[in-house]
Design a binder for this molecule. Structure first.
Ligand code: PMV
Length: 311
């Protein structure tokens, strides 16, 4: 085979952001926006990358470099191209998805036997080498798909499933690109300055995630919504929310959402709201409220399949 395409899903953090950087769990779901990477064998003697949709091509470069080395791949030249249906601006995990899809395409092209755990280890290494920090939750979502209970660095990666109902979510984009690395650093600074207070918050978030996980498995969206609200309060205390996020969250709650919170590092990017499906018209009402409050609604379906080779 001289060409292989692999696709990997984006992600949404449901609960536990920031705390997951410090040994606590989070709940993350893969979403149906898939980023595709095609690797073609060439005779050019070099690795060429055409990745116009990716914010930072270092992720692809590093993935190829580490993958070639780790799996002792011999080649005469490679051309790597990406296609993405989602813009990096939303914070839906395009960097992790491009790393994971690049590694999977490489494995496919050279018929290497690599399981998901090994793929995760290498993908996480790539992300750490490029951005210096992070829990790896986004790489896990891109690889394993579904909804995951995930602990820092992949210490625990467990699929969580419920009795068949799809998580009823609405996603609102604030229009502001968040700088995840800066926000993680900001929390690290507060943790140094106020260790007891910040540790207490992180601990409490970890507990909420455990409860949220149980609510997810039971399909108890009302409870999950309440837990998300509590999670949001702690995120506000950590100082990572923003007026735009708060606006959209408030609008969704006023329109009847079970609960709403920011998703990801904060500062901007997206918020998520859980729809109260007992109320007719709940979804359109929340969508309208988010739009009126200045948000852009991003249509995604949670619980998407993990990375796969397409051809
Ligand atoms: O902003 P995002 O979508 O990259 O999410 C960051 C989530 C953090 O917990 C703040 C960092 C991490 O790597 O877990």
């Amino acid at each position: 085979m001289t060409e292989v395409t692999a696709t990997a899903p984006g992600k949404l953090m449901l609960m536990g952001e920031h705390a997951v950087v410090y040994g606590r769990p989070c709940l993350v779901t893969a979403v149906d926006r898939r980023l595709a990477v095609t690797i073609t064998e060439t005779q050019s003697g070099k690795v060429e990358i055409k990745a116009p949709q990716v914010n930072n091509t270092q992720f692809v470069e590093k993935a190829l470099k580490l993958g070639v080395k780790r799996w002792k791949i011999k080649h005469q030249g490679l051309l790597v191209t990406t296609q993405s249906p989602f813009s990096g601006k939303y914070g839906l995990g395009s960097s992790a998805a491009v790393v994971v899809a690049s590694l999977k395409a490489l494995v496919g092209l050279f018929s290497k036997k690599v399981d998901n755990r090994e793929l995760f280890k290498l993908a996480y290494q790539v992300i750490l080498e490029v951005q210096g920090l992070g829990s790896g939750f986004d790489a896990a979502a891109a690889i394993f798909g579904g909804t995951l209970y995930f602990v820092t660095g992949g210490r625990v990666i467990e699929k969580v499933e419920n009795k068949g109902s799809v998580l009823p979510l609405v996603v609102g984009y604030t229009g502001i690109k968040s700088n995840s690395v800066e926000l993680v650093k900001q929390v690290a600074q507060s943790r140094q300055q106020f260790p007891e207070k910040v540790e207490r918050i992180l601990q409490a978030i970890g507990k909420l995630v455990d409860q949220g996980c149980a609510a997810y498995i039971a399909g108890d969206w009302e409870k999950l919504g309440k837990l998300m609200d509590f999670n949001q309060e702690y995120l506000r205390d950590l100082g990572v929310s923003s007026p735009q996020l708060e606006n959209l969250i408030l609008a969704a709650k006023r329109a009847g959402a079970w609960g709403a919170k920011l998703s990801g590092a904060g500062g901007g990017d997206c918020m998520i709201a859980l729809i109260n499906s007992e109320v007719d018209q709940s979804k359109p009402l929340i969508i309208e409220a988010i739009r009126k409050a200045g948000g852009e609604v991003v249509e995604v379906i949670p619980n998407a399949e993990g990375v796969r080779v397409e051809s």
